[in-house]
Design a protein around this ligand. Structure first.
Ligand SMILES: Cc1cc2nc3c(=O)[nH]c(=O)nc-3n(C[C@H](O)[C@H](O)[C@H](O)COP(=O)(O)O)c2cc1C
Length: 672
């Protein structure tokens, strides 16, 4: 029997034969131009088809103007078909099947991006998350128009060579808005009871089925449960899916909840496979395949879900951004070589929010497949390269340079590689970062990089090694602002705490509410809570009331205050993660004070000022999380001495996010 035999067994959606059970779900990538797919876009998907995904779903693709936005791929005009044909041909030539996701945002849109048009929705219910604009209630004519736009888009998708279409009926978009009693307040036959609220989505499935004929595969993407107050439950969605099946859907693609849900959907703290239970609930009621989604990160989990018959296919979105060859590696017994998606969202979802092209923390080639071919160009001649500092930036630079044929040595002053990765992985819900160090260690070993630990390196040592190139990746060190009292015994650095070197007693005040301050507060607060295993044990045995268990699982047992001088907490946390961290802190009872400037640290706490008024925060322990500064000395000495090709990367150049450090490592490794 081969590796992961169930995952790599074929399946049919309608009459469409798909070579395996791995689907690459639709992901907005910001690579299209004026609605057209680009060469960059085509190469991104061609590489993933060649990597072995069975089904590739493209999109979302706008079906009309009022439901789309200018950054999306479009299917509202025939002019887009020729380029899309190139895309589908590329995917097919690599042995995968393709589908186009048909998208209408409804109230999740802004007039500013649709030429001043007012977004439309079943009822004029605004969404706070999407700018709070009140949509216009759809008339009967709008309803007919949107249905026809769906059909026309589906026909174009078929003409463009897609093997299937997927209707976007999840995440809180237009179809969800009709289904939910929270957003559908209509008094006509499209509102009221569930049988009426499902009418519009059902009609969309029906008209698409009629338009495409009985044999063309139609998938519908749904929320397994809305996960918003007053929204649809998994039991409701089981009924809805039965309706979709009867209306002609050939498969159901099941995600978690709405964008507005306060239950995190795809951040790192979402446990792997967390929403599979929703897909399982629906599969039990249907006779068509179901596809499970969200945080199905590795072939082992995927195989077990298919083996147990919980679901029929799995979506792997970000894991295939991180490693397009995941399926091929898994199938050929090289699963250990898979580049792990850590669900950080730094290169993907956060980029979507910033209207920038999607890339990836662990895969700098993502979206740049044309620029950087699969096998890296070998260096003209092998050079002797010294990398000073074995953090993420240094390891990436060393690995790339060595993979390209250079002779590379890393000097790391501590007794282990990884630099700040261990700080990143320390707070609760960040353990995925722990997968990065073993991944780099494997790469460095394979590329024969020499690693010298406990070696800081002086200028004379560098000279006696006589490298041709020196890459300084010495990272950064925490800053202690010149507060009076900063030298006191009750003062700690956030880094010391996250590294597990010290444990601050009693009541805590943290100075600095950026990412490090917030994560340190989270780290300390969660140390007081019961862990998942204990929670499950107490819950199963009903040892405590649900309310008590909630408190035990969430509340810090001591007062923790975070002081931030800026108006926003967690300013430098990525957009997709920031709200989840702040929610966790609030649940823990952590006091968050913005606009608060520290004046002095005393033996009994911190004196600060907000709006000109002095405030005293009592504390047994004061923790400083006031930023970092580059470790720049060796660079300056090397620069002054000359004689080497010299680079400075990562935090040593300027402290930023992990993705910036790794990107610089990659680019420098490629440059040499
Ligand atoms: C950058 C990005 C863009 C996405 N865009 C879409 C989209 O346009 N339509 C959609 O249905 N889901 C979209 N999603 C959700 C993915 O399809 C998928 O459900 C999600 O990433 C969870 O799967 P994963 O953990 O395997 O990445 C997007 C996700 C990401 C990360």
């Amino acid at each position: 029997m081969g590796n992961f035999p169930h995952l790599f067994s074929p399946i049919k959606i309608g009459g469409l034969a798909i070579p395996n059970r791995i689907s690459l779900p639709p992901m907005h990538l910001n690579y299209s131009e004026n609605g057209f797919v680009t060469d960059r876009y085509i190469e991104f998907y061609r590489v993933r088809a060649r990597g072995g995904a069975g089904l590739i779903i493209i999109g979302g693709c706008a079906i009309d103007t009022v439901g789309g936005n200018p950054l999306m791929i479009k299917l509202d005009d025939d002019k887009y078909i020729p380029e899309l044909k190139r895309l589908t041909a590329a995917i097919r030539s690599e042995g995968a099947r393709s589908a186009a996701q048909l998208y209408h945002s409804g109230r999740y849109n802004f007039s500013a991006v649709i030429g001043g048009l007012q977004p439309i929705a079943p009822s004029p219910v605004s969404s706070k998350m999407f700018g709070g604009e009140t949509p216009r209630e759809m008339t009967r004519e709008d309803i007919e128009n949107v249905k026809q736009a769906f059909v026309r888009a589906a026909l174009r998708a078929r003409e463009a060579g897609f093997d299937a279409v997927e209707i976007h009926g999840s995440a809180g978009y237009l179809l969800c808005q009709f289904l939910s009693p929270v957003t559908n307040l209509r008094k006509d036959e499209y509102g009221g009871r569930l049988e009426n609220r499902v009418r519009f989505p059902r009609e969309v499935v029906e008209v698409i089925r009629q338009g495409l004929g009985p044999d063309y595969p139609v998938i519908i993407r749904i929320t397994g449960a809305d996960l918003v107050p007053g929204g649809l439950t998994n039991q409701d969605m089981q009924k809805v899916c039965k309706v979709y099946e009867q209306a002609g859907a050939n498969a159901i693609d099941i995600t978690g909840g709405w964008h507005e849900s306060r239950v995190p959907q795809i951040t790192m703290n979402v446990p792997r496979g967390a929403f599979v239970y929703l897909a399982r609930g629906i599969k039990e009621k249907l006779n068509i395949p179901v596809i499970a989604s969200n945080r199905i990160n590795n072939p082992e989990l995927a195989e077990s879900l298919i083996l147990r018959g919980e679901v029929d296919m799995v979506n792997m979105g970000r894991p295939l951004i991180a490693d397009p060859d995941l399926p091929r590696k898994a199938k050929s017994g090289q699963a250990r070589k898979i580049r792990p998606c850590v669900a950080c969202n730094q290169g993907c979802l956060d980029m979507v929010f910033e209207v920038a092209p999607v890339t990836c923390l662990v895969n700098h080639r993502a979206g740049k497949e044309l620029e950087f071919p699969e096998s890296l160009p070998k260096a003209g001649s092998s050079r002797k390269i010294l990398v000073i500092g074995g953090g993420a930036a240094g390891m990436e630079a060393a690995a790339i340079a060595a993979e390209r044929g250079h002779e590379v040595v890393i000097w790391e002053k501590r007794n282990r590689l990884g630099g700040q990765l261990e700080l990143c992985a320390a707070p609760p819900g960040r353990q995925e970062f722990n997968h990065l160090l073993p991944y780099y260690q494997d790469r460095l070993k394979k590329a024969k990089v020499k690693i010298e630990l406990n070696r800081e390196g002086t200028i004379s040592e560098v000279k006696s090694l006589s490298p041709e190139v020196v890459i300084v990746a010495t990272g950064s060190s925490p800053v202690t602002p010149p507060f009076s009292g900063a030298e006191k015994k009750n003062v700690y650095l956030a880094h010391q705490i996250l590294r597990g070197e010290v444990w601050p007693p009693g009541r805590v005040v943290i100075i600095g509410g950026g990412a490090t301050g917030c994560e340190t507060a989270h780290f300390l607060a969660s140390a007081d809570t019961i862990n998942a295993e204990v929670l499950r044990f107490l819950f199963v045995h009903q040892a405590e009331s649900n309310e008590e268990l909630y408190q035990l699982a969430t509340r810090a047992q001591r007062p923790i205050t975070v002081l931030e001088m800026l108006p926003r907490m967690g300013q430098d946390l990525g957009r997709s993660m920031r709200w989840t961290v702040l929610d966790d802190l609030r649940r823990a009872g952590v006091e968050l004070k913005t606009g608060t400037r520290v004046k002095e640290i005393t033996d009994s706490g911190v004196i600060a000022e907000k709006d000109g008024t002095e405030e005293v925060f009592t504390a047994d322990s004061v923790i400083i999380a006031a930023g970092v500064r580059p470790n720049g000395q060796i660079y300056q000495e090397l620069e002054a001495s000359g004689g080497f090709e010299l680079y400075r990367i990562g935090d040593a150049r300027s402290p930023r996010k992990l993705i910036d450090a790794i990107t610089e490592g990659f680019e420098t490794g490629m440059k040499i």
